[in-house]
Design a protein around this ligand. Sequence first.
Ligand SMILES: Nc1ncnc2c1ncn2[C@@H]1O[C@H](COP(=O)(O)OP(=O)(O)OP(=O)(O)O)[C@@H](O)[C@H]1O
Length: 219
Amino acid sequence: MLSLRGVAKFYGDRMVFKNIDLTVDPGRTLMVVGANGAGKSTLLRLMAGLSRPTAGEVSTTLAKAETAYLGHQTFLYAEATALENLSFWTGLHGLGLCEADLLAALERVGLARFAHERAGHFSRGMAQRLNLARVFCIAPRLLFLDEPDTGLDEASRGVLHAEIARTSQQGRSVVWVSHHLERDLPKADDVLFLEKGRAAYLGPVAGFDASVLSRSAAC
Ligand SMILES: Nc1ncnc2c1ncn2[C@@H]1O[C@H](COP(=O)(O)OP(=O)(O)OP(=O)(O)O)[C@@H](O)[C@H]1O
């Protein structure tokens, strides 16, 4: 459903990575790991179509509306309420959800009582929970997660992890950047380890020695 061939990214003359080849298949969860600055977020943004590679090709069989990205930016409209944001986003994905459906999604992330408050007044954690509600509603075929639990409390983190499990059980795919390897790696099928501008490992989680990460740099 998504493939990268010979992908490279440079900022000016500074190389972040090059020669990245990979495929994301239906029902697979790929975890992208590496030290700080290894290029994980940069790669995820390329895969999600939010930026372009300097060289190589990113191709997908999916329509934009079949994917969703949950990352550092929250993509919320500050002047719109939580409900309006959710209604707008699900509308863009062609979903005609009624208010009760949207409120149910807000309820799952503990935001129902803030449904009519402007997103601009939300804390980082609340904004992230609203984004999580967006992902629930869209149920994308390919979900991109960049350190998605940043700012989430324990309960919301549990909701997030349940959603990731549901995504893969339903044959949908996830590409996930995480620093919490001990906790998150067992939830993935495959790992891409970025080191020194290349894919130092790409394959099943079972064959990955996570201790190389702590040896390569503090993560
Ligand atoms: N817009 C940009 N312009 C110039 N350099 C950038 C830009 N975005 C990222 N970089 C640089 O590219 C490199 C990779 O950044 P990236 O954020 O992808 O790494 P990361 O592995 O996600 O790091 P972290 O784990 O700290 O989030 C870093 O050296 C970063 O400073």
